[in-house]
Write a protein that binds this ligand. Sequence first.
Ligand code: C6P
Length: 420
Amino acid sequence: MIEATLNTAQPQVDGKARLELCRHHFPLLRQRVNGKPLVYLDNAATSQKPQVVIDTIMRYYMEENSNIHRGVHYLSEKATEAYEGVRATVRQFLNAGDTREIIFVRGTTEAINLVAHSYGRVHVGKDDEVLISAMEHHSNIVPWQIVCEERGARLRVIPMNDAGELLVEEYEKLLTPRTKIVGLAHVSNALGTVNPVKTMVAMAHARGIPVLLDGAQAVPHMRVDVRDLDCDFYAFSGHKVFGPTGIGVLYGRESLLNAMPPYQSGGDMIKWVTFEKTVYNDLPYKFEAGTPSIAGGVGLGAAIEYLTKLDLDAIGLYEHDLLQYATARLSAVPRVRIVGTAREKAAVLSFTVEGIHPHDIGTILDLEGVAIRTGHHCAQPVMQRFGIPATARASFAFYNTKEDVDVLVKSVEKVIEVLG
Ligand code: C6P
């Protein structure tokens, strides 16, 4: 079906129109909410799933379901083949050097916890420092805080300006011999800022410091090449990239992963076990204890193949245009303030309306069929930095249109009309 849309659409329409045509691949988007056509603008929280992902998961359970890496029977071999095939798909998607560097996890949160608790516990010692940024999601703050507390180390924070851009010159000053690792969001979920991560990785590497990138909000919107970025770890979640929940990826540089102790332990992560000693499995299995989300993996593979066919460069251009349109239209509404006005932004529009609590905005928008997220977006320090309790956040995917933006703007105007 995707092929059909792309192939038949290509000769007549440009990339933008081609992406709009793909909206019909997402069955959930056809529904009405509160009697209004659904306008789904909560893609940063989780994205919707194309039919091909839903079908792939259903087919897996109907035809291939079995545990992996264990059985010699037909189904176990089929399921293992499917799951390991996805590892190869992810390797290619991220342009990693080897499938040994692709670790399947539950999501970005688990990926960062793995690095913090495995790499961090070994390399962060007393009086050392872990450096993160002022716009991190709690997932890239709390695991490091725990490690720092345990090891007697210090968490340092790269500041940002009022537009929501990191101060790179301050970052440079914070990179010291005490810095043991840097953790950075590629794209901020609360502000939409795209950070200059390639430059920041190079600056850390010049001092021998490894860098973890939180790619949760980047991977659905842009082409990511871990070898070009030269990062040491890269994390993302399947459910934000049009795949299922319960599956995500940690890319790790092989030399670092090899030297790291296991994070969780049990079945599958061992070569052999006696009561005296256990020999751990090779990469990537050393970090994959227990039965994983096999159906999740298979669904993620379908999502990545779908996204790759659509072309992430085209998606990036389309969403850039959409974000510009939404920013201009929403900024023109009296009392609206956009939070996060960085020069480089992706797909996220956080805003407040003077005198109206974001939760009230969200509730009234819901009555209009518009789904946005309101609150601190699991980035409370960002709210503290801007001196606000919360924002309303519209976040876009390639299946959103300018008509969706028009409904959003009209609904925000209605909020102001109703609540005064
Ligand atoms: N942000 C949002 O509405 P998980 O929950 O593990 O899939 O992803 C965590 C995470 C980590 N980093 C960033 C930058 C994120 O945006 C998220 C998830 C969602 O903004 C849910 S809080």
